[in-house]
Design a protein around this ligand. Structure first.
Ligand code: BES
Ligand code: ZN
Length: 854
């Protein structure tokens, strides 16, 4: 159904552009506030397109001149672009425009960051650089000339002749405009080289501003080379240019961007050193370097027909980077982390007013659809497809995909077609994973009768505004059965649920088994399986599937927290005992044991309560979680000192999986131990720390027990000149503040001279931390909501993309009590009615405020 919001774009309205582009020549005369861009574009009629008026996108461009086949024209210019009459056949379009990078605070198009020129064109930023059909299905070969005062001048593709103040770049691979990039400024390179499987030599450079960052590039460079090699070995994909450049910029809305041959990275997603970066930072950098590199094939060589197909490149590339991380590090640990992230970010989205299909069918601003659903659920859907067809067919389908669609801009139907062709299996039901919103619930019933065991699954997905009618999905359910002594009596099998309700039978069992269902989280669903605490504790002790073993502990923790948050129930002793056994098991990877120690977050508990029809009380949830942490510390008190000793890393720092796993267990144990010794050990660990993981881990442990004031001050003095560390300093004080102190802490920190809110990393460090402090954000008096809304309104005119993304903090508002809904509703109303809001934020707020479907 089409809604009436003006400016809404619909998938069903897709039509190809009326012209093809033979080639594009761009020439930039760089100037901070008056950059000139000259374009020469050869258009020829696209015979496969409907009749249409010639229209080029263009926003905030000052047209200096335009010509067709050498003759000056006076095109009609609107806020969105340019139209003019054109000849019937091929023609040359030339234009010169002027733009103002210094005034560009939205960080989309050509902008300045610390005096460095850089671009961000995905999704629709190229139209802020010049007039162009700024849509992904128009692919062209670009040649770019750059004239600038000094420094390094970079663009896509291979370098041509260059001299002082000018450079020429040619990208032989046809690409859509969103992959265009230009970077210019005073930069130095950390360089290396890679030889591809077929012997092509590739120069690799990571470019940073001189003065401190040069020695933080080595880890990312290593990650890049590992990613290049992995893509050759696992997907048979080689790099296809002579150079691969990466640039670190401080002001960047996202993590990083896969521009062809010239990836642009948020500094935080590329720069690392043991002293200034945590193990989690290193792991994220490795993943994001790989992700952007992998886009070279899944995204760049094969791209999206239109932005509705965004998951075609993002879901697949997230899936590929997850496979890479699982190979480089620990597969179970990566899987558990991804599920934690999915539950924390995607489930709330899919079960709230922002729910949308993995492939949305309408939007106002595509920037608002770079979501956890498109990315993370999009990757889960590919994992499911791989499980359903098997590894061999998956590999064959991908070979066919690269062969068939190289150089094209395609759809999800095209993607599924290679799986259909390889398996000769219809995938039209599978397509529903892309077209229906909402998280399916799968409930299970068991029956056992003299050797025969039956599992009956029932699926249903709550209707939403995005998907009022839900039809059954294909759901891959990995199941194993355990015997009474913990032995696996039936190894993992993949069951395919395709109907609303379906039974599966296992014969010849010698006794009633304990089922382990949805192993490795084989589908992005909510499993509703009512089993006793004793059975969960049994799985926690015995499940041979590492994911489900962890899940059994999580389920126990979640349930006990739900009870504790709504009554004066005591922690479940089975949980405490089961966890103690796991922690003592030195055969288990420390990283895995650290994850076992992690409790569900407060917002996850709030949503779990709400799913049970109980209105969550944030204060009670916080208090319950604190009580459970105290109880854990008490139950494990005898084990913690030995655990700390065994996992203290004495070797030279390395960010590898083994060492970082030990540090993760060490800092988790330290946080619990601080509840026993009041932070004495954490204070000495803080003083002795020689890496950021331990320093921040110890500081967090201190703040969580109400200490760490002196350390916080010292931390600032130590790191005041390291912007990425100061982001951490801002964030940790707010995220670890008690609920009744978080708002005041945020108020104080936004007054700090280093709170440079126009920098997205700094803004997120502070306001993102407030939104993430569940008790503080939801403080009963509404001050958290009001402060947050104030800052959204402040940021919006300056940087609508980042402001709009942060509106998601309000997406779960309907789960809370009437008083809080009134308070949040008032803030949403205030934002909705404030003048001058961006289209980005207006869309987000309208969707969040929308009435619930009946
Ligand atoms: N293509 C995106 C970057 C992007 C997103 C540009 C939205 C413009 C608008 C890039 O490939 C990406 O997905 N980056 C992620 C990190 C990745 C590891 C999932 C990001 O920036 O968060
Ligand atoms: Zn991506």
């Amino acid at each position: 159904m089409k809604d009436s919001a003006p400016g809404t774009v619909y998938l069903s309205d897709y039509a190809p552009f009326g012209w093809l582009i033979e080639s594009v020549h761009l020439e930039f005369d760089l100037d901070p506030d008056a950059t000139r861009v000259k374009s020469r574009i050869v258009f020829s009629p696209n015979l496969n397109s409907p009749e249409q008026e010639f229209f080029l996108h263009g926003e905030n461009l000052k047209l200096i001149s335009a010509r067709i086949d050498g003759t000056a024209i006076s095109p009609r210019i609107t806020r969105e672009g340019l139209t003019c009459p054109v000849p019937d056949g091929e023609f040359l379009f030339e234009a010169e425009v002027e733009i103002n990078p210094a005034a560009n605070t939205a960080l989309e198009g050509l902008y300045l960051s610390n005096g460095m020129f850089c671009t961000q064109c995905e999704a629709e930023g190229f139209r802020k650089i010049t007039f162009y059909p700024d849509r992904p299905d128009v692919m062209a070969v670009f040649t770019v000339a750059i004239n600038g005062s000094a420094g390094v001048l970079l663009s896509n593709g291979n370098p041509g002749p260059r001299g002082a103040g000018h450079a020429l770049w040619h990208d032989p691979w046809p690409k859509p405009s969103y992959l265009f990039a230009l970077v210019a400024g005073d930069l130095v390179a950390h360089s290396d080289r890679f030889t591809t499987a077929s012997g092509r030599r590739v120069d690799l450079n990571i470019w940073v501003r001189p003065g401190g960052d040069e020695d933080k590039c080595a880890f990312a460079m290593g990650a890049l080379k590992r990613a290049m090699q992995w893509d050759e070995q696992v997907y048979g994909r080689e790099y296809d240019l002579d150079v691969f450049n990466i640039v670190a910029v401080d002001d960047f809305n996202m993590g990083a961007m896969e521009n062809k041959g010239l990836n642009v990275f948020n500094s935080a997603a590329v720069l690392a050193s043991p002293e200034t970066s945590t193990d989690a930072n290193f792991e994220r950098i490795e993943a994001i370097i790989a992700h952007e590199y992998f886009h070279n094939w899944t995204g760049n060589r094969i791209t999206c027909r239109d932005w509705f197909q965004l998951c075609l490149k993002e879901g697949l590339t997230v899936f590929r980077d997850a496979q890479f991380t699982a190979n480089m590090r620990s597969a179970p640990v990566k899987r558990i982390r991804d599920v934690i992230d999915l539950r924390a970010r995607q489930f709330p989205e899919d079960n709230g007013p922002l729910a949308h299909p993995v492939r949305p069918d309408h939007f106002q601003k595509i920037n608002n659809f770079y979501t956890a659903t498109v990315y993370e659920k999009g990757a889960e859907v590919i994992g499911m497809l791989k499980r359903l067809v098997g590894d061999k067919a998956y590999a064959e389908a991908l070979e066919l995909y690269f062969a068939r669609f190289d150089g094209q801009a395609i759809t999800i139907e095209d993607w599924l077609s290679v799986f259909e062709d390889v398996t000769r299996r219809e995938l039209c039901q599978f397509l529903r994973w892309y077209t229906q919103a909402g998280t399916p619930r799968v409930s299970v019933k068991e029956e056992y009768d003299s050797g025969t065991y039956t599992l009956t699954f029932t699926q249903s997905t709550p209707p939403s505004a995005a998907s009022p009618v839900q039809r059954p999905q294909i759901i891959s359910i990995a199941v194993g059965l355990l015997g009474a002594n913990g032995d696996e009596v039936v190894p993992t099998q993949m069951l395919e649920l395709t109907k609303d309700s379906q039974s599966f039978t296992f014969e010849g069992l010698s006794g009633r088994p304990v089922p382990s269902i949805l192993r490795d989280f084989s589908a992005p669903v909510i499993l509703e399986h009512e089993i006793s605490d004793a059975e969960r504790a049994f799985l926690l002790a015995h499940d041979t599937d590492p994911f489900n073993r962890w899940e059994a502990g999580q389920a126990l923790a979640r349930e006990t927290l739900c009870y504790m948050a709504t009554s004066d129930a005591r922690p479940n002793p089975d949980y405490l005992e089961g966890l103690r056994t796991v922690l003592r098991d030195d055969s288990l990877d420390p990283a895995y044991r650290a994850l076992m120690l992690g409790l569900p977050g407060e917002s996850e508990i709030a949503l779990a309560l709400s799913a049970h029809g109980i209105i969550p009380d944030p204060e009670a949830i916080h208090a319950a979680r604190e009580r459970l942490l105290d109880a854990l510390a008490e139950a494990l008190a005898g084990d913690l000192p030995a655990l700390l000793d065994a996992n203290a890393v004495r070797e030279r720092y390395s960010p590898d999986a083994a060492q970082s796993g030990r540090r993760a267990l060490f800092t988790a144990a330290l946080a619990l131990w601080s509840r026993r010794d009041g932070g004495a050990r954490a204070a000495s660990e803080y003083a002795a720390a020689d890496n950021m993981t331990l320093q921040l881990g110890a500081l967090g442990a201190l703040l969580a027990v109400g200490r760490g004031e002196a350390e916080t001050a010292a931390f600032y003095e130590q790191w005041r000149h390291e912007r990425l560390v100061i982001d951490k300093w801002f964030a940790i004080q707010i995220s670890h503040a008690a609920p009744d102190a978080a708002v005041a802490k945020t108020r104080a920190l936004v007054q700090h001279p280093d709170f440079n809110w126009k920098n997205p990393n700094r803004f997120r460090a502070v306001l993102g931390a407030l939104a993430g402090n569940h008790g503080g954000f939801h403080s009963r008096d509404g001050r958290g909501y009001a402060l947050f809304a104030d800052w959204l309104l402040t940021l919006d005119p300056v940087n609508p993309q980042t402001a709009a993304r942060m509106c998601t903090a309000f997406q779960s508002w309907r789960h809370y009590d009437g008083g809080r809904q009134m308070l949040i509703g008032a803030q949403l109303d205030r934002i909705a009615t404030a003048g001058g809001r961006s289209k980005d934020m207006a869309e987000m707020i309208a969707r969040i405020r929308a009435a619930r479907p009946q």
